[in-house]
Design a protein around this ligand. Structure first.
Ligand code: HEM
Length: 145
């Protein structure tokens, strides 16, 4: 069975899809801010390498890990899903068959673990008489003074 990389049309097809993908992402008001100060030509080149590598083509990716690259950007699950939706649109317009699009989405879905920041635990301060206490949904209530 040929790789997804080969079935999609190799580097030329991935380059075209990545170009259209970032056009869509940067036209999305909810996402554009993330990319405002990014060198897009460099990012697109890395993304072509990354997709080629994860889709079973030559392992040419030269960038850092997904966790390192996206650290501190504050990407939520909603942002992640919107980005994936733009990728699906770019693949569909490039006439990549639906089953292949599904396979690509399935290959990328687990990356959310490294890209999306975990939801901040809910916490707060409470007061009862003279005692002040701190509560947190992750650690349970901790009595303090
Ligand atoms: C399927 C999901 C994603 C993949 C495979 C992916 C992949 C990549 C790759 C390969 C790079 C370049 C790394 C490098 O420069 O060495 C990158 C950078 C970047 N990504 Fe993602 N990404 C994904 C999702 C997202 C999402 C959801 C956002 C924000 C909404 C995002 C925002 C960025 C930004 C802002 C950079 C540039 C960081 C910088 O140069 O400082 N990415 N991503």
């Amino acid at each position: 069975m040929p790789s997804i990389y080969d079935r999609i049309g190799g580097t030329p097809a991935i380059t075209a899809v990545v170009d259209d993908f970032y056009r869509r992402v940067c036209a999305d008001a909810d996402l554009a801010g993330f990319f405002a100060r990014v060198d897009l030509d460099r990012l697109k080149a890395r993304q072509v390498e990354y997709f080629s590598t994860v889709l079973g083509g030559p392992a040419v990716y030269t960038g850092a890990s997904m966790r390192q690259v996206h650290r501190g950007l504050g990407i939520s699950r909603r942002h992640f899903d919107r980005v994936v939706r733009h990728l699906v649109a770019a693949l569909t317009v490039a006439e990549v068959p639906g089953e292949l699009v599904d396979e690509i989405v399935a290959a990328l879905a687990p990356l959310a673990r490294d890209i999306v920041v975990p939801r901040a635990p809910r916490s707060g301060l409470g007061r009862s008489g003279s005692r002040i206490w701190v509560w947190s949904s992750t650690f349970g209530a901790t009595a303090g003074r």
